[in-house]
Write a protein that binds this ligand. Structure first.
Ligand SMILES: [Zn+2]
Length: 254
């Protein structure tokens, strides 16, 4: 089953690749994630959890990205840790490698990302072992921030951004989550600023509209075209004339 909702990369990240590999990864022949563990209400999802896959890069360098993701999925399907017939498949929603974001699972089905906490969490993973061997590369860091912001856009609720180790005792994700949260916040501000010209035009439009509304009302015409009461006309004229000092100060009136 493919999700009705489309997870898309936030449009500001023109240089980060986002590739849907949901249909390319091995799945357990016995069940999908939704058949094994059910579907979550998207409104219940309020926490984005960051992971690493704990595979040191020097050990995985020989594999292509999709090849490595497939190996991870197969390991989980073969693992008897949670079920005699194994997990359903790849355990994360988004997985990052070589600066590319891979979409690996529909977001709503429950995966086993954080034991006992899978009712409200979505999972973003960066390939590598950041506890013992690796450092986030600038490309992977940028992809991680882009993945988090894109996931925030996809989900209806405000999101907490947590490391796996902030929910359970674990070495995952091994990278500094304070830095991740600060980085995401400042990128979000940058994006807002890039998009703000439209917001300023909208404010100007609303101001002009409101002045017109007050002027028409002061002349006796309601919003819907009916005759305004004398009280409303007086109020509207008074409101409009409150702008006079500012207009004179700005040189709009002589
Ligand atoms: Zn983890």
């Amino acid at each position: 089953m493919t999700s009705q909702l489309q997870l898309k990369i936030e449009s500001s990240f023109t240089d980060v690749q986002f590739i849907d590999i949901r249909s390319q990864l091995p799945v357990n022949p016995n069940y999908t994630w939704s058949q094994l563990a059910g579907i979550r209400d998207i409104n219940a999802l309020n926490t984005i959890v960051c992971h690493h896959d704990a595979l040191p890069k020097y050990k995985t360098i020989k594999y292509g990205d999709v090849e490595l993701a497939s190996r991870i999925a197969t390991d989980h399907i073969r693992s008897k840790k949670n079920h005699p017939k194994g997990d359903a498949g790849f355990p994360y929603d988004l997985w990052i490698r070589n600066g590319i974001i891979y979409w690996c699972n529909d977001v709503e089905p429950r995966e086993y990302g954080v034991a006992g906490n899978n009712g409200y969490t979505v999972n973003i993973c960066v390939s590598g072992d950041y506890k013992n061997y690796d450092q986030l590369t600038p490309e992977d860091r940028k992809a991680l921030y882009a993945a988090i912001i894109s996931m925030k856009n996809y989900l209806p609720k405000d999101q907490y951004i947590k490391g796996h180790n902030q929910i359970q005792p674990t070495d995952c994700p091994g990278y500094d989550m304070d830095q991740v949260r600060e980085g995401v916040l400042s990128l979000e501000k940058e994006i807002e600023q890039i998009k703000s010209p439209n917001k300023q035009e909208e404010i100007a439009y609303r101001m002009a509209n409101y002045i017109l509304y007050l002027q028409k009302l002061s002349l006796g015409k309601n919003h819907n075209g009916t005759a305004a009461s004398p009280g409303d006309m007086k109020w509207a004229l008074g409101q409009l004339l409150k702008l006079e000092p500012e207009f004179r100060r700005l040189g709009f009136l002589k």
